[in-house]
Design a protein around this ligand. Structure first.
Ligand code: NOJ
Length: 544
């Protein structure tokens, strides 16, 4: 029932993972063909980005039919085959559910915009303007420009938090909830194990349409450029009521189904709200983006966020996220002027040893880098054109997976929909597979270590006193203690890990970013630049 607590998740951006029919676009058949790779890597669950029929303006996050598969990604039969094959390999499948909006080509929106008296009019958010050609208020789209578009046919404006091609559903209309819950039932009927709830924090907007406060200067955030505070368009309390009802429904109809919320929130208290309370739970795993938002990779910064999360999340189980298809890869976010490979390795250790359920983004396991387009004409993600050159969109983290040294890195035999990473011929699975020092081998070893260590999978967390530049913590069960020490500095450091008297002095090294000896003494532990070490001590006879 709580399989997700000990699971390692792997995000697949479906367009970019593996093509199976030579059209240059990744697909479900491609994912199926790579299941043996994923099983050997040692991940437990796959999150697959949207594969439903879609005009692909936002590459699938603009859905025109929620209960089918886009022909470029395969068919429903392919999906059923994939899920069966994954389950045979003991892997769970989590799919993306986009509840906030549909495509503007969705038949319900087409009907909604046809006339003011359409039975579907109230399924979307329609309002009168403030005057001729003036939108109802100042709300801005996350992807730039006004969040309202004028529709000539009926002389009203419709609301879209994202692109104009992604009109928001009106969640104040109960028919919308009933419809979307039926969609959930449809996919539960096909055996999915969970849902990642896209943009869940924007389901509701202020009914009085109050203007959002404008920022003095626009801010470039991880996910784009913003020029206002989303006070009235994001984080309204009503969303938690929907999540509570959704949880009741899935618990009743398919117990054990996992819900993951995607919400960029301002405080850890806002994040904790997504768990709900004991007798009214909401989602089991809200995405925790606070780790990914650590501004610099330094031990004090990481320690502070981890400690805050541990303090505030209490008995709730955290999710662990550094990367996804919307943000630059962490080795590049933190890598300016530093050893990016070293950072990728150190973060792999952190991600896979902290308390919580980790999410690996495809390609992380080979240390893939971010390659934004050089030229505006090469940009595929529309938001990258809107904000060019301040923000170049998300193409840089969506480059095709690099499997081998062949022409298109084994991703496709056709023309890839997005150019390969320029280093794909050297940085790929084939090149790293047999290399004991590779990022891939490090991931495999870390994942194997998790499997063999209850402390890593479900132990408690305790931050340990250590050198200022070293982040050290213990994961503990009754019979096992694991200590993780991460030197976040670019020079050597004495780890300075201080333990209580009762703790053993000698520890066996189970995995590390660098080659290492079999046992170490904590008092004299010295770490190389960006070195991370995972140490273990087992108590054979736990005290009664
Ligand atoms: C969040 C998704 O991760 C992103 O890729 C998408 O553009 C927006 N939601 C809109 O659906």
């Amino acid at each position: 029932m709580t399989w997700w607590r000990e699971a390692v998740f792997y995000e697949i951006y479906v367009r970019s993972f593996q093509d199976s029919n030579d059209d240059g676009i990744g697909d479900l058949g491609g994912i199926e063909s790579r299941l043996p790779y994923l099983a050997a890597l040692g991940v437990d669950a796959l999150w697959i980005t949207p594969f439903y029929p879609s005009p692909q303006i936002d590459f699938g996050y603009d859905i025109s039919d929620h209960e089918d598969v886009d022909p470029q990604f395969g068919s429903l039969a392919d999906f059923e085959r994939l899920i069966e094959a994954a389950h045979r390999q003991k892997m769970k499948i989590v799919i993306d559910l986009v509840l906030n909006h549909t495509s503007d080509r969705h038949p319900r929106f087409v009907a909604s915009r046809a006339s003011r008296t359409s039975p579907y009019r109230d399924w979307y958010v329609w309002r009168d303007g403030r005057g001729d050609g003036v939108p109802p208020n100042n709300w801005e789209s996350a992807f730039g420009g006004p969040a309202w578009s004028y529709d000539e046919t009926t002389g009203q404006w419709f609301y879209h938090y994202f692109y104009a091609e992604q009109p928001d559903l009106n969640w104040r209309n109960p028919a919308v909830e009933a419809w979307m819950f039926d969609t959930v039932r449809f996919w539960l009927g096909r055996g999915v194990d969970g849902f990642r709830l896209d943009a869940i924090n924007t389901l509701f907007e202020d009914e009085a349409l109050r203007d959002n406060p404008t920022l003095a200067t626009p801010r470039v955030k991880l996910t784009g450029v913003v020029s206002q505070d989303t006070t009235y368009t994001r984080g309204l309390p009503e969303v938690h009521e929907v999540l509570r009802r959704l949880r009741v429904m899935v618990d009743r109809e398919a117990p054990g189904t996992l819900l993951i919320s995607e919400a960029y929130v301002d405080t850890i208290d806002d994040l904790v709200r997504f768990y709900g309370v004991e007798d009214a739970p909401q989602v089991q795993l809200p995405f925790n983006f606070f780790l990914a938002q650590v501004p610099v990779l330094s031990a004090p910064a990481v320690r502070q966020v981890v400690d805050d999360i541990e303090r505030r999340c209490g008995s709730f189980w955290p999710s662990l996220v550094f990367n996804n298809h919307d943000i630059d890869r962490a080795c590049d976010r933190y890598g300016e002027g530093r050893d990016r490979e070293g950072i990728a390795r150190l973060l792999a250790v952190l991600l896979l040893t902290l308390r919580g359920s980790p999410f690996i983004y495809y390609g992380d396991e080979i240390g893939m880098r971010t390659f934004p387009p050089h030229d505006i004409d090469d940009v595929r993600d529309p938001v990258g054109r809107t904000f060019w050159p301040q923000y170049k969109g998300r193409d840089g983290v969506r480059r095709p997976m690099a499997w081998d040294r062949s022409a298109n890195a084994g991703f496709t035999r056709g023309v890839p929909w997005l150019a390969l990473a320029p280093d794909a011929h050297t940085r790929n699975v084939e090149a790293q597979r047999g290399d004991a020092e590779s990022v891939l081998t490090l991931h495999r070893t870390l994942l194997a270590a998790r499997r063999s260590s209850a402390a890593l999978r479900r132990g408690s967390h305790r931050t340990l006193a250590s050198h200022e530049d070293v982040f050290a913590f213990a994961r503990e069960t009754e019979t096992e203690t694991v200590i993780v020490a991460l030197n976040c500095a670019d020079e050597e450091r004495d780890a300075g890990v201080r333990l209580e008297d009762a703790m053993p002095r000698d520890w066996s090294v189970i995995v590390g970013t660098h080659s290492h000896v079999a046992t170490v003494t904590l008092e004299s532990l010295r770490l190389r630049p960006l070195e991370g070490l995972v140490l273990r001590h087992e108590v054979r006879d736990p005290r009664p």
